[in-house]
Write a protein that binds this ligand. Structure first.
Ligand code: BMA
Length: 365
């Protein structure tokens, strides 16, 4: 059965004394309600703007009713993710070609349907001019913090991100609350803000600078902040770059299924074991710090195992109080690069079975 996600009535629960729950309160309540009910919201990156074989062309007029997920299950994902990469450059479209005007409209549309939106950000390298994956210098974070040679440039980049995020308003002109998950997968060293590229303190300063600028200076108080290290780490590593309870609402983790040289079965068993191990320590940390938790990114590129959704992903996550699980994008221009089913994909029946589980929630209008 597919469950509905209803907006929590303002003033309920811990917000009983506050007569007007903010949009952020409502998103947190919606996530908390899922957790309390033992449910996990399903999220898909770039759903609504493109899928395996299509993309939205009419930026201003498309009704945004297309979705690979909906085509297979009958339902939109409960949450949709988008990436801000390129907003810092003043580009019209992000690093994957999604026009920001379309992203804004899709985000607001999804929220108006009762769903939740989450943003990641793969900004370019402000020191070298390369992309987010350019790890040729370990001075990049140092250069953008206060006093660094690229600080002014970086503040301009944050301003551009802030301008876009501030423009997310509903039909009544009210701010739309969304999750923001900056500086992700930062224990590993594949992004310029990664583990070997800056000190623990520099990473924390970067996160805080971002938080304090957007939520403080810009007054974007409806941002729900997610901290999301990569997997393959210890609890100590997980917390080693935690910027502090005051700038985090959700403890996340990015964990992908890979095969490598192992038999598929072994790789899947290893993935389940690793995700369960990490979610176990994250559960303790979330309790200790009073935070929600989620699996902020996951997936198996091309989903070569038709049973992956119910045979691997579900056993990895279902015993844990995660508010949501997000699988990555279905690229329209790279046929092998998809992380959700599409009509005709080998995993489509398995994905449908996953969607039909009582504990996995899609958007039910
Ligand atoms: C990666 C891939 C890339 C993409 C990037 C940012 O994991 O999907 O193709 O550019 O995410 O969305």
């Amino acid at each position: 059965m597919l469950g509905a996600i209803a907006l929590a009535a303002p003033g309920c629960g811990r917000r009983a004394e506050s007569p007007a729950a903010t949009p952020k309160d409502q998103v947190i309540a919606q996530l908390q309600e899922a957790v309390n009910g033992g449910k996990i919201l399903y999220a898909h990156q770039d759903d609504l703007v493109y899928g395996h074989t299509w993309k939205v062309e009419d930026v201003a007029g498309d009704p945004l009713e297309r979705s690979d997920v909906k085509a297979v299950t009958g339902f939109y994902p409960a949450m949709v993710g988008f990436d801000l990469g390129g907003i810092e450059m003043g580009w019209e479209a992000n690093l994957d070609g999604v026009p920001f005007d379309l992203m804004r409209r899709a985000a607001v549309t999804h929220a108006s349907r009762g769903g939740i939106v989450t943003f990641s950000w793969h900004p370019r390298n402000p020191l070298t001019g390369g992309d987010a994956w350019d790890v040729s210098s370990d001075q990049v974070v140092a250069s953008i913090l206060a006093g660094g040679e690229k600080h002014d440039l970086f503040m301009e980049w944050l301003k551009r991100a802030g301008d876009f995020l501030a423009s997310l308003k509903d039909a009544d002109g009210q701010p739309v609350s969304f999750i923001l998950r900056p500086w992700h997968e930062h224990i590993g060293s594949w992004f310029w803000w990664g583990g070997r590229l800056c000190s623990e303190q520099q990473y924390k300063d970067l996160f805080r600078l971002t938080h304090d600028y957007l939520t403080g200076t810009r007054g974007l108080t409806d941002i729900v902040w997610c901290y999301s290290p990569n997997s393959g780490i210890s609890p100590q590593q997980y917390m080693s770059r935690y910027p502090g309870d005051e700038c985090v609402d959700i403890l996340g983790m990015d964990a992908y299924q890979y095969v490598g040289d192992q038999p598929l079965e072994d790789a899947e068993a290893a993935f389940v074991a690793q995700v369960r191990d990490h979610l176990t320590f994250m559960k303790d940390l979330a309790q200790e710090h009073g935070k929600l938790m989620c699996l902020s990114e996951t997936g198996f590129e091309g989903i070569p195992d038709p049973a992956w959704w119910t045979g691997t992903l579900l056993p990895a996550i279902q015993d844990f109080p995660i508010a949501y699980v997000l699988t990555w994008r279905n690229a329209h221009d790279k046929p092998e690069h998809f992380y959700a089913a599409w009509p005709g994909s080998g995993d489509a029946p398995g994905f449908k079975a996953f969607a039909e589980k009582d504990n996995i929630l899609f958007l039910n209008e």
